[in-house]
Design a protein around this ligand. Structure first.
Ligand code: CUA
Length: 347
């Protein structure tokens, strides 16, 4: 009787532990960097494989746990109880079986795994694919759309349901490009072009992050990906191609002068007004600001694009993003306010 009570208590504790684990696994809210999203064909394939392997794992785990419980509770003997330990030391059939079965399971998992590895390689892509050149810098992302003549920073825009062919280059050290919800992760290696092709399937805003240690502000090298409908994407492109705002009076006009006089314009470009290529040898490039005001974030997507955050960034970039290549320019007071008004006006 006492033994039955002990078993019942153990069984109850075990069931409670499993229930708690299941509840914890089930109550995960949606995270912007969720690796189990189905944001692209690429992500869907990885997700399918993950679930497939997990079901196999679950069955194996249940069998192993059941066998362990059987061994513990069924075949155990206690002090004072009669019983002799088994004297079997080997069994050829058993050994063949527990070598062959795992081998077969591994082959069963390897076949779809290898197939998906091949399917997610950028070997071919349709001729109407959108090319996006991704250039990783310490510590921000440059996005160029060679077919569209668009250039932007930190915020990637792509149309849904169209193959995108990313060409990944580095301006300095090794980085790694990853937007978890869209799948593919690739290292960005200096002197080499790596590629990813994927077709986004979910409209929305997704977070990305550099995932290869690349220096002091590696953790601050983030990005946003905006997957848009074809119409919205075309509108965005049209807007990006439009000339920048050129204020002729007020704080914005004063700010434009500060922008040109302070060394901002040496590294940053506002198309038609200044250009890093004209003024600088190209050793260091900073984000194109032509339509800066239309971006939602700044400084490697770590700050929200607001006048307060922008002023904080300009005042002391290294304080916001340790190691930032942008120097303290010493722009203060009214000059700083005007500069912020001007930059925010660059919608
Ligand atoms: Cu770039 Cu880490």
């Amino acid at each position: 009787m006492e033994r039955a009570v002990r078993y019942a208590r153990r069984a109850w504790l075990t069931a409670a532990t499993f229930a708690l684990a299941a509840a914890m696994a089930g109550c995960a809210p949606s995270y912007p960097m969720d690796t189990l999203s189905d944001g692209s064909d690429y992500a869907q394939k990885i997700h399918w494989l993950y679930i497939f392997v997990n079901w196999i794992d679950l069955v194996i785990m249940l069998i192993v746990v059941a066998a362990a419980f059987l061994a513990i509770f069924w075949f155990s003997t206690r002090v004072g109880e009669p019983g002799e330990p088994s004297s079997v030391t080997s069994d050829l059939r058993l050994e063949v079986a527990w070598t062959a079965i795992p081998t077969l399971i591994l082959v069963f998992i390897a076949v779809p795994t290898i197939r998906i590895i091949w399917q997610t390689q950028p070997y071919t892509w349709p001729s109407d694919a959108l090319d996006v050149k991704v250039i990783a810098h310490q510590w921000w992302w440059e996005f160029q759309y060679p077919q569209l003549k668009v250039e932007t920073a930190d915020e990637l825009h792509i149309p849904a349901d169209r193959m995108v062919h990313f060409e990944l280059e580095s301006a300095d050290v090794i980085h790694s490009f990853w937007i978890p919800a869209l799948g593919g992760k690739r290292d960005v290696v200096p002197g080499q072009i790596n590629e990813i092709t994927l077709s986004a399937t979910q409209i929305g805003e997704f977070y990305g992050q550099c995932v290869e240690f690349c220096g002091t502000s590696h953790a601050n090298m983030r990005l946003r990906a905006f997957v848009q409908s074809k119409d919205d994407f075309d509108k965005w492109v049209k807007h990006q191609l439009s000339p920048p705002v050129t204020p002729d009076s007020g704080a914005a006009a004063a700010g434009a002068k500060v922008f040109a006089d302070a060394p901002c314009a040496i590294c940053h470009t506002v198309r038609g007004i200044s250009g890093f290529s004209k003024e600088y040898d190209g050793a260091f490039k900073a984000p194109d600001l032509t339509h800066f005001g239309s971006r939602t974030t700044l400084a490697g997507s770590i700050l929200v694009n607001s006048p307060q955050d922008l002023a904080m960034w300009i005042r002391d970039p290294g304080k916001v993003k340790p190691g930032a290549k942008m120097p303290v320019l010493g722009v203060r007071g009214d000059d700083l306010n005007d500069l912020v008004v001007y930059l925010e006006s660059l919608k």
